[in-house]
Design a protein around this ligand. Sequence first.
Ligand SMILES: [Zn+2]
Length: 150
Amino acid sequence: MKLLTKFRPGERVYKIDYRIKEALTECPECEGARWVMLKTKEYPCPACHGTGKLVLTKHYRWEVNPKSHKIIGISARVAIDDPEELVTRLKNVITAVSYTLSFDPDKEWSEHSLFLRMDSATLECERLNNELDRQEAQREKYEKQEARAA
Ligand SMILES: [Zn+2]
């Protein structure tokens, strides 16, 4: 069988990652000091767990990793599309192709998260982030409707 892949071994690719972006605010309990007095002893603030900050908002964002990485391995999972008709119609279907990159040989990455060009990776991040924004707006709208109904 012939395996068609999006990338070839040795090519350099840009990876996109899913990251949590948090907006922080100073903890109102300890006023950012991270410790609180109980009787005569100081303890880590229970409101902020000793960090001095509270999470105001949490956002998930797709970002391009600015460093490109070399592809050092390709693996494909292949399945038979119809096991009942093996004799009459033997057809292999590639269900997933994943790539090993030089910087972390123990991990595999889906081809959806890798790009040959930085600008294609950036465009895909914009598309995915717009989709996240759309979902968030929809969730907020839904929550407002729920609040009104209650
Ligand atoms: Zn605190």
